[in-house]
Design a protein around this ligand. Structure first.
Ligand code: DGY
Length: 335
């Protein structure tokens, strides 16, 4: 663990009190308890919102994760003590930033440190979905494999195929680079803002004017947009109809981006060939219809699940907390 920022100042009330919503890697928890009066969550149970509201009254900082809801009630609570919410993770779609701003509570996240691992996992889902890896493993484990045969579980070639990236930020660009350099793929993308020219050049990526243009040309579509009001349900039945027959959808971003019922229908009817999903509309609930399908690879939100990323996310969260309590601007302020 890096200890660059050193001991934060103690408040007049003694050590700063930090409420940690979920269990974190041991190395991160060790630093938290060394630097702060930290309440950890050893059972890793998911807390109800009331517990976070109480924590806002009793603690100087709250450390939620990307799956914990931090609604307005947490920020609006009378006699609030908490002055910072240091999110463990990049996505902040479950934190009410307007309420945070209204109440003068700072919010930070942990960008940059999970990019490569999440991009690796997206590549894994692209290949697993195209080559029917989960279907094959299920068949083998169930004793249903009776040997090599020329027509067994034929999939789709990834090498040289066209990949459409929706959202060309850090992770989208990292997937594009892998796809182009490692798998000789043609890369298309859509992005609301002008992308990093170096990232575009590294993947020889071509910008599409509309998502329809991208969908019509892509063999694989990989989603890398944030969940916001304007991106929720951005891939719906209309979009599946625009995709190529035989196309594959991969989502390692947020389940909310996709109308999941429409995705199920597209997979059931063969409108698209397959999907690889690491995120879901109602996590951790996965619909029975999705579970029943053979042409979808399902993972339990593992994008950043390496020890390297999860410890680095903790270091980043600590750097934000430490800066805040030393009266400095945290490096990853989002509100
Ligand atoms: C994030 O940080 O937003 C990721 O979803 C965690 O893997």
């Amino acid at each position: 663990m890096a200890h660059e920022s050193g001991e934060p100042n103690e408040s007049s009330r003694g050590r700063q009190r930090v409420f940690v919503v979920r269990r974190l890697p041991a190395a991160v928890e060790a630093v938290l308890v060394a630097r702060y009066d930290a309440a950890l969550n050893p059972t890793d149970e998911s807390y109800p919102v009331d517990r976070l509201i109480d924590a806002a009254r009793e603690f100087d900082a709250i450390v939620p994760t990307v799956v914990d809801n931090v609604p307005a009630a947490v920020f609006d609570v009378p006699a609030r003590r908490a002055r910072i919410v240091a999110n463990y993770g990049v996505g902040f779609d479950r934190i009410d930033l307007d309420a945070a701003r209204r109440n003068g509570v700072m919010v930070t996240n942990t960008p940059g440190v999970l990019t490569e691992d999440t991009a690796d996992l997206a590549m894994m889902l692209i290949i697993a979905a195209a080559r029917r890896a989960s279907e094959g493993e299920r068949q083998l484990r169930a004793g249903g494999w009776n040997g090599w045969r020329p027509t067994h579980l034929l999939g789709t070639r990834v090498n040289g195929a066209t990949l459409g990236i929706v959202g060309f930020g850090r992770i989208g660009a990292a997937v594009a680079r892998r796809a182009h350099r490692g798998f000789n793929m043609r890369v298309l993308f859509v992005n609301p803002r002008d992308p990093d020219p170096a990232a575009v050049a590294a993947a020889m990526a071509e910008r599409c004017a509309t998502i329809g243009e991208l969908l019509a040309q892509s063999d694989v579509v990989s989603l890398h947009a944030p969940a916001r009001d304007d991106t929720r349900g951005m891939i719906d039945a209309r979009h599946f109809a625009m995709m190529r027959p035989g196309a594959i959808l991969v989502n390692t971003a947020r389940g909310d981006l996709v109308d999941e019922a429409a995705l199920v229908r597209a997979l059931e009817t063969g409108t698209i060939a397959a999907a690889g999903l690491d995120v879901f509309e109602r996590e951790p609930i996965v619909s029975d219809r999705l579970l029943a399908l053979d042409n979808v690879v399902l993972l339990p939100h593992l994008g950043s699940a390496t020890t390297s990323s999860r410890v680095a996310m903790g270091e980043r969260m600590l750097a934000n907390l430490d800066a805040f309590f030393r009266g400095l601007e945290p490096p990853d302020r989002i509100a």
